[in-house]
Design a protein around this ligand. Sequence first.
Ligand SMILES: NC(=O)c1ccc[n+]([C@@H]2O[C@H](COP(=O)([O-])OP(=O)(O)OC[C@H]3O[C@@H](n4cnc5c(N)ncnc54)[C@H](OP(=O)(O)O)[C@@H]3O)[C@@H](O)[C@H]2O)c1
Length: 314
Amino acid sequence: MKIAVAGGTGFVGKVLTETLLQQGHELVLLTRNPEPYRQFSGRMLKAVAWDGRILNGWERQLESIDAVVNLAGEPIAARRWTAEQKRRIADSRIFATRALVLAIKGVQRKPGILVNASAVGYYGNVPEGEVQETAAAGNGFLAEVCAAWEREALEAEKAGVRVVLPRIGIVLEQGDGALAKMIPPFRFYAGGPLGSGKQWMPWIHREDLIRIILFCLSDRCVSGPVNAVAPKPVTMKEFCAGLGKALHRPNWAPVPGFVLKLILGDMAEMLLGGQQAVPEKLRMLGFKFQYPFLDDALSAIFTDLRASGRPNSA
Ligand SMILES: NC(=O)c1ccc[n+]([C@@H]2O[C@H](COP(=O)([O-])OP(=O)(O)OC[C@H]3O[C@@H](n4cnc5c(N)ncnc54)[C@H](OP(=O)(O)O)[C@@H]3O)[C@@H](O)[C@H]2O)c1
């Protein structure tokens, strides 16, 4: 297949693009900074500049594309959620998706599928009960961003394109993402749950997320929202216990919710709430997870970390 990937340079995207190239797919990488990738450009990979906002030529590259994957967006937890940062988080997702859909609508030969990232934040804070894909959108900043982001992507259906919306949980792997922020306090014997510890933390090993995206690309039965989470969600307390165990460190230093609100401001919403999202659609489609259990996922991640001798290994 010939596949355009936006946000293919990030924590998830870099592994997805590597995997797609290994599988023999031809890629168009839409990035705000194509220079580092130009040296690898050739018949199989073309790095193309875009700004994730307007059509200014890059859209011609979508003319003979079979599929589009959109993972672009300002990182959620990189900075304090000021009004300006919230606007960046929302606009980077909404405008990038709108631009891609406009580009798709404009080409003669439309791609068959758009896989557009979303997040379990769509459901807002749901303290009790399993959350399947049929659940309604929740309240709060992230829920509103996800709902608006998904609405933009679904516009592509009007052009006859199959749209898949992976509602992604917390992606686990070494190097970056949520774990990179959680490991340091544990390493220094100061790890523990945030808030009550009872909030749900839907998670997914990055390898399984990549496999889900590949599954969505290849299986024509998949469309609409897909909870991209492991089948065994855990609470914050269970997550921290698992992390402490994997790192051989105690899990004893809880951070009360009010302290978190003082430190993080509005971003505390993301950590003090959660939802017991389950991958119902993937279960019905027969998708097999490599890492359904948190302990196995963390053990695989930290075994690799120790083997690599990385500085943040336990
Ligand atoms: N990681 C998680 O735990 C998680 C959980 C739920 C949902 N998701 C969603 O899944 C997608 C991929 O996640 P990720 O962790 O791989 O993301 P990431 O590494 O933070 O970023 C992905 C890419 O987005 C582009 N980007 C960053 N800021 C941007 C901006 N202001 N405007 C336009 N593009 C921008 C960058 O590509 P260029 O610099 O090449 O343009 C970056 O490589 C994201 O949309 C994220 O919201 C992730």
